[in-house]
Design a binder for this molecule. Sequence first.
Ligand code: GDP
Length: 294
Amino acid sequence: MLENLSNRLQGIFSGLRSKGRLTEEDINAAMREIRMALLEADVNFKVVKAFVARTKERCLEADVLDSLTPAQNVIKIVLDELTELLGRSDAKLELGNRIPAVIMLVGLQGSGKTTAAAKLAYRLKQQNHSPLLVAADVYRPAAADQLQTLGGEIGVKVYRHDGADPVDIAREGVQEAIDSLRDVVIIDTAGRLHVDEAMMEEARAIKEALQPEEILMVVDAMTGQDVVNVVSAFAEAVDFDGVIMSKMDGDARGGGALSVREVTGKPIKFISSGEKPDSLEEFHPDRMAKRILG
Ligand code: GDP
């Protein structure tokens, strides 16, 4: 994940380091290369433009160019701006004080919602919560079965009510959690292959009925340039609180991870990188930026 970008950036930096003193033209050339590397990683065009403009301005300041280690300073500025782009500070899961707390997952079909729901349940269970999974994806025939299988593997109960209305299922799920003394409800909602009004309407209806503590959008890191349109549409329609970036283990270009924060203002809260229940990690912008820069 993002390995190509990482390799490209490291190549650019080692070119700068080998030069000793840097001229304005060296910086301009490096910024052009960074721009290309980000675009090739599928980072959104506007995000790239703004990022490079900010970074370049800082790198061209006299004290950077005149310093004894200009390349180091440039790398530090890129690291700093990349951290900023990824969200600067960690955004944690906010469960509030209500019991049960409600977490609702939204996203396109195939984004990894059902998998992420189970991983999140597993994570919460490890933290001594007692979660309940709720299968409110009533359109994908196998979704409830899949959730039940995953729930079985991690020892978390799954509430399902096949054939019922998704808002009713979600409400019943909360009641079930109250009755069985569980403190967190994770609702797996329906996705469609593309952004569509009926899906948004349903998500809004569940949101309205349950007022979740957290609405997390699951975003497939392999989505490519279209990720910006998808997250913007969900941000506008459902106003989610944060993102779970799924499939970070893929070899795709993954630029969506660098675009979502800037485009929607919503933080990435978790990254999911594999099929195992324990492959959901909290997202740390600074660590990710350091990983990318190598
Ligand atoms: P949903 O339609 O949004 O509920 O998506 P699913 O949870 O069913 O996931 C769609 C496919 O992606 C399934 O084959 C999952 O096994 C796979 N998947 C989900 N999350 C990840 C991940 O983090 N890494 C990888 N490699 N595959 C994943």
